[in-house]
Design a protein around this ligand. Sequence first.
Ligand SMILES: [Zn+2]
Length: 281
Amino acid sequence: MATPPADAAERWAIAPIVSYETHQLPPIDLAELQAALTTATEVGSTTIDPRSASCFEVEQGSFFRIVNVEGHQVGDLNLWNRDDLGERFYSGKTRQLHASHVSTGDHLWTSIPHLNPLCTIVEDSLDWYGIDEYGGSVHDVIGTRCDPYTNFRLRGENYHQCCHSNLSRALADHCQVPLAEAELHVHDVMNVFMCTGFTLDTHQYFMKATPARAGDHITFYAHKPLLGALSACPGGNCGSTHSDDETPCYPLRVDVLTPAEPVAIDYDERLTSAYDGTHGR
Ligand SMILES: [Zn+2]
């Protein structure tokens, strides 16, 4: 290890600043969306069996709610613009714009060159959890998704019910495309209900048992027509192991709800136009 320089203490003491000032983002009226949710009725429901994934569709202007049916279960969520699978959830930019864990009022943003708000979280029954003494929090946009490639590197075993594989099979079946084609659309997830953080001493990614219990839920408003895929992670509550068949695992459910009247969102011009894409040329 290199010897710290004479002014190391001075350098360590520089105060951090938040990189992105979210108050500069185009405003979306959360109260208006929440009011619309109170008028919404269920128009569809999909149950996701343990260690599997299912797709669901949501019309623009509707809501979807992920419900922890029995509790103790983490879900890996992928989202696309249903009309263009090239526009999909971008966990990295969502993390930078909001936080490592998302909750009520945060948006899920889409991939470049789009960078649109795909949906907004309008309610979260776990928003009381905050940040615990380990630095852990719920609904992670840090982790990628459990996958058979990493599992093989770590254990030298083939395991086929990782979220990456579950999401790939679900998308292939839903879109009626070959598995290899579907796999290329699977992307870094929102880890719904998952409690994670970085260890305070080594900054290693950690997970701990989710605080989600039966009935806990999180609800999103769809700014675009959505295709979603949700995997009930083989890690179950993600408090012990994952990528195996031994960990207790439970179902999840996705309910789709439509408001009585469409929400008349007055989108800021920065959400209806975009960067010109010329990159200085
Ligand atoms: Zn998983």
